[in-house]
Design a binder for this molecule. Structure first.
Ligand SMILES: [Zn+2]
Length: 377
């Protein structure tokens, strides 16, 4: 079959866990993670702050990640700052504001964080961000108290707010109700696993299908896809958060029924396959190419205030159709929960600024620049 070329402006991911620096990790680092991102058509990644045992909640730790990005990264990468009350980092926040692309607030249990927090716990820190830069994005998980989080961040403090990885249509409707009530906009992201997998998968895949937030029922997943298509959800964000195959298998043998006080290992490898799975949906007419570009590139770039120049582009060969298998995994984790799913497209060329990152389907060079709000890539 001859090549069917499609030029994409370059995908932008607002949600990655590259797990470095860390002595406790063998699933990923900036080199393997950004290689996987480039192969998946991403030209910008953003690393989340909850790096195990080495959280990004001081300016020094942001600078430390910058050094790693400039040394190891294949694509321009931004750093998202942490601001947990338990980190006691209020005096660091003004120093971090000009360095990070956004701040993340963890209200509920995540890896290495098992406390429950409420909006009031974050008020002072959010106000610190606001006095330093009223345009800086705050990201939060859509947990229990959606209304409280919107009230504190967007209504009271008037800071831009993005809800990460929504996993139920009801959550989207609750956010929209607050948007209408207060006349404001709160952006929302959905992950590939909440679109293309469902809670039933944990019956047959155990810990390989256990993620935070949990996979939802199939009907909800279908509705989330419709919401992405019709504009109720703004972007696709991967939440690429690898655990090694061995780590997943170990927890599967130690805690197969997912007891709450037992061993846990949430996290998912997906950045290589997010766009190919969406291109497959586009092939079947379920999402337009225009909307696919908007939710994977234009909208996420706009949300963090980054500009993609016409020197950056990704050429896809859409005649390449395949079933996903572990052998296609570029991430250091060596597995994917999307085994067997149908996918369309292979990146054959990628230009990122002055650099040709992918040439004739192979990684050729790297663009290791640090992304900040206002960056032109
Ligand atoms: Zn995450």
């Amino acid at each position: 079959m001859s090549e069917t070329l499609f030029r994409h402006p370059g995908a932008v991911d607002l949600h990655d866990h590259f797990r470095a620096p860390s002595e406790h990790n063998n699933a990923e680092d900036f080199q393997s993670g950004t290689q996987a991102a480039a192969i998946g058509g991403y030209v910008i990644a953003n690393d989340m702050p909850n790096t195990p045992k080495h959280e990004t909640w001081t300016a020094e730790r942001v600078e430390e990640k910058y050094e790693i990005i400039e040394r190891d990264s294949y694509i321009p990468t931004g750093v998202i700052g942490g601001m947990q009350p338990e980190a006691d980092n209020l005096t660091e926040i003004p120093k971090m504001v000009p360095l990070v692309t956004a701040f993340k607030q963890y209200y509920t249990k995540t890896q290495d964080n098992d406390i429950e927090l409420g909006p009031e716990d974050f008020r002072e820190g959010t106000e610190q961000i606001h006095v330093t830069d009223p345009t800086k994005l705050v990201m939060a998980h859509a947990g229990e108290d959606i209304e409280g989080i919107i009230g504190m961040v967007a209504v009271d403090t008037k800071q831009p707010l993005h809800f990460c990885h929504v996993n139920s249509p009801e959550t989207v409707r609750r956010i929209q109700s607050m948007e209408r009530q207060y006349g404001l906009t709160v952006t929302k992201g959905v992950t590939p696993h909440h679109l293309f997998k469902s809670s039933f998968d944990t019956r047959t895949e155990g810990w390989f299908a256990r993620m935070q937030p949990p996979l939802t029922e199939q009907g909800d997943a279908e509705e989330l896809f419709d919401m992405l298509v019709n504009g109720d959800i703004d972007i696709v964000e991967t939440d690429h958060a690898p655990h090694s195959l061995n780590a997943k298998q170990k927890v599967e043998s130690e805690n197969p029924t997912c007891e709450e006080d037992g061993a846990s290992c949430f996290g998912v490898t997906n950045i290589e396959f997010a766009l190919p799975m969406l291109f497959y949906q586009a092939k079947l007419g379920r999402i337009s190419m225009e909307r696919l570009v908007e939710v994977t590139s234009t909208a996420p770039a706009r949300i963090i205030g980054v500009n993609l120049s016409d020197r950056t582009s990704v050429d896809w060969d859409l005649s390449h159709e395949y079933r996903i298998g572990d052998e296609g995994v570029v991430s250091g984790s060596r597995w994917t929960p999307f085994q067997g799913k149908l996918a369309v497209g292979k990146v054959i060329g990628m230009k990122v600024g002055e650099k040709t990152v992918i040439n004739q389907g192979l990684l050729a060079d790297r663009n290791s620049s640090v992304v900040r709000n206002g960056s032109i890539i």
